[in-house]
Design a protein around this ligand. Structure first.
Ligand code: M6R
Length: 607
């Protein structure tokens, strides 16, 4: 969940590290620090809070050198404080390192190291590594890091510098992402491509328990035994401006506006003369036909995309489908056979629970298919096949465009399963595909005029709680609408299938209580209208997401947000957009930082 960077080359390391940390700040933002190596010594600067504070602290640093490492933290062990911020150093101050992950056996290592005279300055799990490297260092940093890592239980992405080895950075990882790149200005490392992309489009994806030694001249990679290896190189075709706001006030709004493009890119090249084609889904027709059960496993927003997929896969392909939160799936004993398809959905591709669930499912014999936004991510690497959501890098912590990419990808998967099972003809799929593609333009129309969304948001901005209700696929996106609202505005929100209201939640309603109802045209439209009436009768303030041309609803709801008419199964794609904008508008009115909500991090790499 933390971000690590490193640079060695011909430029000022300080500036490159700060820029890298700024790009990685979505991974954690409770403290940040850098260690610079210069003239046989290390200078460490750390600050509580955002990278901007650290940038200020190092602005006038004299002679900062051309080699260093940096870190932006999301606290696990030890409160956010300067003392616990990375880099962490050895007793003699000659070794400094940054770490992403969790060292599970840190308590026993700490006790052992204290017993041998080491003095600890933080409460972190990370600091034990600095002391282990210090003990093992005999003039060869790579050898010392390898010796230290052999003692570690847990996960790590590590970058280490040593005062005695000018211009050298040693890097390694276990279950934590690390990418490296070499360009004209030197060598770069980071926990995400976004911080190295300007150096080169060809990045090294370091494998588990592999090591890299970076120098200004190049990057050498080694296996766990220390033997030289040719690393895996991945070409990245992201826009370089992905880390810039591009004139928008925040990344969230920029990313919401990128959604039409995500729909188009995710669908590009999928429909052929012979029908729907997903190259990456490398199962034969016979294997596809054997699938008799689907599990969608995911967390947070990705789980909500799974709720929509269930309705589509069961509706079109008639395959029983269960959607499970990955952290639950991995600790029970689900019924999995070789004919079970497990679909793992993860924007980051590195969510710890989702990865653990994938591994568990594979051991039990399931075929695992990943849906992720990050090329070469652990979810992509550990799945039998993968669809990339083509959302480009998502920076705002609250998922928006990647959710839409997931829903579109899962819709394609549902169509593919229906096609291979003979439940939908190629002709039927062609019609559905065209309508699915049309949603890109419909989203553009929603984005053109957001007045009604902003008005509804202003009416709710001072509320303390809100309910989201809907039926069918409408109820699935209510969960996403409620999550968006609570995570960025800190306004308590819950989602319920509208029919459940009278079984409890209706007791919450009183004058002015906001009820957001997804009431688009669908076979259950009349039922949702009845539920809205029940809410109105109890004094609720109703905000309805409705289909253009529906005049009836304007007589019942207090606010109506109209969206273009689409087939019910595609309404999650369009109806989600006003819910995202509604949440953002409330959050802005409440003075919240919509890109970096408190306590959250974009990639949840711990359990
Ligand atoms: O990277 P993943 O899709 O696996 O992440 C799962 C959740 O952590 C993520 O969706 C989270 O709920 C977002 N903050 C939602 O906006």
């Amino acid at each position: 969940m933390c971000g690590i960077v490193g640079y060695t080359g011909c430029k000022s390391a300080k500036d490159i590290l700060i820029e890298g940390l700024r790009r990685l700040e979505y991974r954690g933002y409770d403290s940040a620090g850098i260690a610079l190596q210069n003239e046989g010594a290390l200078t460490c600067v750390r600050r509580v809070g955002k990278v901007a504070g650290l940038a200020q602290a190092v602005e006038h640093l004299d002679n900062p050198g051309t080699c260093g490492i940096g870190h932006t933290r999301w606290a696990t062990h030890g409160v956010p404080s300067e003392r616990n911020a990375h880099p962490h150093c050895s007793c003699d101050g000659n070794i400094a390192l940054v770490h992403n992950g969790i060292i599970e056996n840190y308590a026993e290592l700490r006790e052992e190291l204290i017993g041998r005279g080491h003095v600890f300055k933080s409460e972190t799990d990370t600091e034990v590594i600095a002391h282990l490297v210090e003990e093992a260092y005999k003039g060869d940093l790579l050898a010392a890091v390898r010796t230290a890592c052999a003692r570690l239980v847990g996960t790590y992405g590590l970058a280490v510098v040593c005062a005695q080895e000018p211009g050298h950075i040693v890097v390694t990882r276990r279950d934590s992402p690390i990418v490296l790149a070499h360009g004209d200005e030197g060598s770069f490392v980071a926990s995400d491509i976004i911080a190295v992309i300007e150096a080169s489009r060809d990045v090294i994806v370091l494998g588990d328990e592999q090591y890299a030694v970076m120098t200004p001249e190049g990057i050498d990679c080694f296996d766990a035994e220390g033997a030289p290896i040719d690393p895996e190189i991945m070409h990245v075709d992201w826009d370089v401006d992905v880390a810039e706001k591009g004139g928008y006030p925040d990344f969230m709004l920029k990313e919401i506006h990128e959604q039409p493009r995500v729909v188009r890119n995710t669908l590009a090249g999928r429909m052929t003369d012979k029908g729907l084609h997903i190259d990456e889904f490398n199962l034969s027709l016979e294997e596809l036909n054997l699938i008799d059960r689907v599990y969608v496993i995911a967390c947070g927003t990705s789980y909500h995309a799974g709720l929509i997929a269930k309705q589509l896969i069961e509706g079109w392909a008639r395959i029983p489908t269960e959607v499970e939160v990955a952290s639950e799936f991995r600790y029970r004993n689900p019924i999995i056979t070789p004919s079970t398809l497990v679909v793992a959905v993860s924007q980051s591709g590195e969510t710890a629970d989702t990865l653990a669930a994938i591994r568990d499912a594979r051991i039990k014999g399931a075929r695992v298919f990943g849906i992720t936004n990050v090329v070469g991510s652990p979810v992509a690497r550990e799945s039998d096949g993968v669809i990339y959501t083509k959302a480009n890098k998502e920076i705002a912590v609250a998922s928006t465009k990647s959710f839409l990419g997931q829903v579109v990808s899962l819709t394609l998967l549902a169509m593919l399963l229906a096609q291979s099972k003979g439940k939908l003809t190629v002709g039927q799929i062609r019609i559905l595909f065209r309508e699915l593609a049309d949603t890109a333009e419909q989203i553009e129309r929603i984005l053109q005029d957001t007045t009604s969304i902003d008005q509804a948001a202003m009416a709710c901005k001072d509320a303390t709680s809100a309910l989201f209700i809907g039926r069918g696929v409408g109820s699935a996106i209510c969960y996403e609408g409620a999550l968006k609202l609570k995570e960025i505005s800190y306004l308590h929100a819950e989602a319920y299938p509208a029919g459940e209201m009278k079984h409890g939640p209706i007791a919450l309603l009183q004058k002015g209580f906001p009820v957001i109802a997804v009431a688009t045209q669908s076979p259950v439209y009349d039922k949702v209208i009845s539920n809205i009436q029940e809410s109105k009768t109890r004094g609720a303030m109703v905000i309805a997401i409705a289909t253009e041309g529906d005049e009836e609803i304007a007589h019942i709801a207090d606010y109506v947000i109209y969206i273009p008419k689409v087939r019910d199964c595609f309404s999650p794609i369009t109806a989600t957009v006003p819910l995202q904008l509604f949440a953002r508008s409330i959050a802005i009115a409440r003075g919240c930082n919509v890109d970096q909500p408190r306590n959250l991090a974009k990639s949840v790499t711990v359990e």
